[in-house]
Design a protein around this ligand. Sequence first.
Ligand SMILES: [Zn+2]
Ligand SMILES: [Zn+2]
Length: 57
Amino acid sequence: MEDKKEIKCKCPYCDASIEEKESPICQVCKIRIIRCVECGNLVSSNIEKCPKCGAQV
Ligand SMILES: [Zn+2]
Ligand SMILES: [Zn+2]
């Protein structure tokens, strides 16, 4: 049987898997990742707009 790895989110910049916590941080990019409330896209916390849907994040 395969282990079920709970990869809940990936860094949108380097594709590293990130454990979903209150403040997920990509250990590779050293950036904080947030989830867009509109589309659920994962974006860096230092941008102002979601690149996918344009909503403010
Ligand atoms: Zn990353
Ligand atoms: Zn979005």
